[in-house]
Design a protein around this ligand. Structure first.
Ligand code: OOG
Ligand code: NI
Length: 464
């Protein structure tokens, strides 16, 4: 029998092989990431594994897919449910992007510590918002909804196998093979001709809308390996002549602890696709939508930590807008961070800006004194050791940036119109499963470790 985590790991590996065949530059990205990771491991030793074992990091990927309707979203949730992945977090990219990105998103990922350690594969999954009048007028909305209702992304056989794997939490070997084949096939780039006029109609509104609603299938949009030194990776890719987007998104490179997520990507490549013209001829064209991304992960921030991070970003934006000429954005960010952000892990924990798990230090020389009853003192006095919790989620601003830097045109949006309201509850109802709150998940992990430590120290009333 093949367990869910094994299914997840096998699916991630096969998807990665498939994407490497379809987008060879992605294979270069994976190779360079591996080289950088080996070099960091070599130069930093055990410190390199502070945020995950080298085997986890080397195999680690996230993918991105885009679907059109709540029904398709529910089906995706069943396929990922089979792999032990649950929807976590709500991202409204319509608000995070300046140009037209008419989607709302969640990420499917494993949620408990052991499962994440075995294989943390996650998929950023976006759903089109045809009901948002800022992007789609009534006529286009109706045509789009009819088009989407008439396509089928997932075969009944795949969904049946997925449901079985989810309810039984495993699959026999033969069914596993079939399930993996069908699942990977679903995300291959289709060779069916694309209706040129329809695609272009949507493209005028948004390249993302065309990529999702202009074709009768879905595909993996990008895959993202994890790297331990993203600045070095960026340098080496550029050196090889691969065109990267302008920036590394997310927190700056600085001397303090790595937090949240830093990402960059190589530019979307023109891929040849068959197009059907209004006369019915099939011609060969090129569409530019798929790319490869890479990321470095840091420590998960608490709500307070995240609020501080967002606040610092706002300050930088304001300053850059006011004095566009005289600022080096990177310098400004680093100066601000040095002044306001936590400079060490200990500081992150003490200011309750970051999440940690706490573990009893077994070899502490006991002098017969009673341990203090609060986490900060226990840690300061060496009774407890704090281990950072890795950020397993995404950043809306970076996600919007990744979408935008790979769009061909700005698209169009009518900001005079009120946007259609979508939120986490709406998405939960649409998917038919609760969209989980990432902060709550990290907090539970932290609290559980504290409760266990209290038990081991014989502190029956728990810890503050
Ligand atoms: C998803 C973009 C978001 C990330 O890593 O932030 C994303 C997409 O392009 O479909 O993958
Ligand atoms: Ni991504």
């Amino acid at each position: 029998m093949i367990s869910q985590w094994q299914l997840r790991a096998a699916f991630a590996a096969r998807l990665s092989d498939m994407y490497g065949r379809e987008v060879p530059t992605y294979t270069t990205l994976v190779d360079v990431s591996r080289e950088v990771n080996e070099d960091v491991l070599h130069s930093q030793g055990a410190d390199a594994e502070r945020l995950g074992s080298i085997s986890r990091v080397t195999a680690e990927r996230h993918g991105a897919i885009r679907v059109g309707t709540p029904q398709e979203m529910r089906q995706v949730a069943r396929v990922f449910g089979a792999l032990g992945m649950r929807p976590v977090g709500f991202y409204d990219l319509r608000e995070a992007a300046a140009s037209a990105v008419p989607v709302v998103s969640t990420a499917f990922r494993p949620i408990d510590g052991d499962e994440l350690a075995r294989n943390p594969f996650r998929v950023f999954t976006s759903m089109l918002t045809p009901a948002d009048p800022r992007f789609f007028d009534e006529d286009l909305r109706a045509r789009l909804e009819i088009f989407l209702a008439g396509r089928r992304l997932f075969s009944p056989e795949l969904l049946a196998l997925a449901d079985r794997a989810e309810s039984e939490e495993e699959l026999p070997e033969e069914e596993t093979e079939r399930f993996l084949q069908l699942a990977v096939q679903t995300f291959e780039l289709s060779t069916d001709p694309v209706d040129k006029a329809w695609y272009e109609t949507l493209e005028r509104v948004s390249a993302v809308a065309a990529d999702i609603g202009g074709v009768r299938s879905t595909h993996i949009n990008h895959l993202t390996p994890r790297v331990l030194d993203i600045d070095e990776l960026y340098r080496r890719m550029t050196e090889r002549g691969i065109e990267m987007i302008d920036t590394i998104q997310g927190p700056p490179r600085w001397s303090g602890p790595d937090v949240l997520l830093r990402q960059t990507s190589f530019r979307a490549l023109a891929e040849s696709r068959a197009l059907r013209t209004p006369d019915g001829d099939v011609i060969s064209g090129a569409l530019r939508v798929r790319f490869g991304e890479v990321e470095a992960r840091g420590i998960a921030l608490t709500r307070e930590g995240r609020a501080l991070y967002d606040h610092l970003l706002t300050l930088v934006d304001r300053h850059t807008a006011a004095e566009p000429d005289d600022v080096d954005r990177g310098e400004l960010v680093r100066a601000l961070w040095a002044k306001r952000f936590a400079a060490t892990e200990r500081d992150l924990a003490a200011r309750e800006l970051g999440f940690f798990t706490y573990h009893v230090v077994s070899d502490r020389t006991r002098d017969g004194s009673r341990p203090p009853t609060n986490v900060a003192e226990l840690t300061a006095q060496g009774w407890l050791r704090a281990e950072p919790i890795v950020y397993e989620d995404f950043l809306p601003r970076s996600a919007a940036g990744i979408f935008q830097s790979n769009l061909t045109g700005e698209g169009s949006r009518d900001n005079e119109q009120a946007g259609a309201a979508y939120d986490s509850d709406w998405l939960s109802a649409a998917i038919g499963r609760p969209v989980l709150d990432p902060f709550t998940l990290y907090e539970q992990q932290q609290n559980q470790s504290i409760a266990e430590a209290a038990g081991e120290l014989g502190l029956a009333d728990g810890l503050d």
